[in-house]
Design a protein around this ligand. Sequence first.
Ligand SMILES: NC(=O)c1ccc[n+]([C@@H]2O[C@H](COP(=O)([O-])OP(=O)(O)OC[C@H]3O[C@@H](n4cnc5c(N)ncnc54)[C@H](OP(=O)(O)O)[C@@H]3O)[C@@H](O)[C@H]2O)c1
Length: 256
Amino acid sequence: MSTTTPVTVIVGASSGIGRAAAVRAAQDGSGVIVTYNSNKDGALETVRRVEEVGGTAVALPLDLAAPETIPGFRAEVERTLAATWGTDELTGLVNNAGAGSNALVEDATEEHLDQMYGLLFKGPYLVTQALLPLLADGGAIVNTSSNSARWSGLTAGYSAYGAMKGALTIFTRYLAKELGGRGIRVNTVSPGPTRTPFAGRVFEELPEVTAQFEGQTALGRIGEADDAGSVIAFLLSDGARWVTAQDIEVSGGLRL
Ligand SMILES: NC(=O)c1ccc[n+]([C@@H]2O[C@H](COP(=O)([O-])OP(=O)(O)OC[C@H]3O[C@@H](n4cnc5c(N)ncnc54)[C@H](OP(=O)(O)O)[C@@H]3O)[C@@H](O)[C@H]2O)c1
């Protein structure tokens, strides 16, 4: 078997930015394997929205907090590639899963640190390692970091979250270096405040928070999931064929 159809795995695509990226990737002609952890219905809704734009998607479970399940996940990806697209290769991987939890340095527990490490760095690292043998030469990887890892997003309480996102951004550069010989490009997107389930109902329930971010953003609004999803899809696409090892902030100019 070889690659006849492009297929992208998007880890963490049961809502928000991952879902938007899945729909955009499908519009660009890629099949999509979307993963969920707790929100299976959300993943099935992503599949439905991909189908609505004429694409094909399959939802698979994956809990990054349980790294021992990653080999089984890889086997499921292989089975799905063969059964749905008649291929044994992936063309894209998006490490997008994440959750924020905040604690001031003086209050952060070891458990909090371990959670952030497992979900935001160790998980994406091990998933990438496991799927690399399936990734076609010339493929692309996009990692979703955060502007919490940049000056523009520095907010008290996010030291562990921001540091692990920073680690993911640095991992991206090393991947780009090591995989360049195979023509594989690796980049990160760093969203600013974006209206997704990630932030709960903060933007709806606390208009003063929304107003504060809007006032600090050059383009004057909060980000929407598709603002970041469309950049992820671009970085996966041939239009970005000469872009690798980059970190693109997608924040509308937060704190410019
Ligand atoms: N929204 C923002 O303001 C913002 C800003 C900067 C960066 N980001 C980053 O953007 C990415 C996407 O977030 P989003 O805003 O689109 O939020 P979201 O809608 O809550 O999506 C998060 C995704 O991550 C998955 N996930 C969470 N815990 C997981 C685990 N243990 N194992 C596997 N998957 C898990 C979720 O799956 P289930 O729901 O199925 O559990 C969901 O698909 C994240 O990496 C986040 O850190 C977001």
